[in-house]
Design a protein around this ligand. Structure first.
Ligand SMILES: [Zn+2]
Length: 194
């Protein structure tokens, strides 16, 4: 309890507005760049050197101002054993074409009270069947991931699973940039294996 309904709606509205905020996307790019730099600074387990071998991406729901920087999923390839090393990402969640942020905020359940705010997600053109699939993922697959199995105990009281992802969003506090940035960091292990 505690959080009033109007605050919740306000939060959802702010989170949706992030989808149209190039500054927030630049922040995500910076986080991914840092994660990639940390990996690049290490050697492959075989002792080889990691060379950039990014994957091309055609991201959807990405503001055009930052699209150029979102056309690559950072990745590396060892110069000796050719093994791939792909750092975690806050920009992409697995192989989905939509940016990770969209997979979170567009999955928020629509109801009478937040109908107006969630229209913003319709503006980015995610097909209804995709949204349904994402919601199923949150309700069934996400809960079974090793990440959630290991981390769910951190949240007290426990996160209401039938209300995912908004019940998880509500646990990350601070201003919208910090809260969503931290939530995407929390989810980033899922970006390398789902
Ligand atoms: Zn190697």
């Amino acid at each position: 309890m505690g959080e009033s309904l109007s605050t919740k709606i306000e939060t959802i509205k702010v989170c949706h507005s992030l989808l149209h905020n190039p500054k927030f996307f630049s922040l995500l790019l910076q986080i991914d760049t840092d994660l990639a730099d940390q990996m690049h600074a290490c050697r492959c387990a075989c002792g080889g050197v990691l060379h950039r071998a990014n994957y091309p991406r055609k991201p959807k729901a990405c503001p055009k101002e930052v699209l150029g920087n979102f056309r690559s999923r950072w990745s590396f390839c060892c110069n000796l054993c050719r093994k791939r090393s792909t750092p975690m990402s806050v920009r992409f969640l697995g192989r989905r074409v939509y940016v990770a942020l969209a997979v979170v905020v567009v999955s928020v359940k629509r109801n009478k009270t937040n109908a107006a705010t969630t229209q913003a997600s319709e503006a980015i053109g995610v097909p209804e069947r995709t949204i349904t699939r994402w919601r199923q993922w949150w309700l069934h697959t996400f809960c079974a991931t090793p990440l959630w199995q290991a981390q769910s105990g951190r949240f007290m009281p426990s996160v209401e699973l039938s209300e995912l992802p908004q019940s998880l969003m509500a646990r990350f506090t601070g201003n919208a940039h910090e809260a969503m940035g931290n939530l995407l960091r929390f989810l980033s292990p899922l970006s390398v294996r789902i």
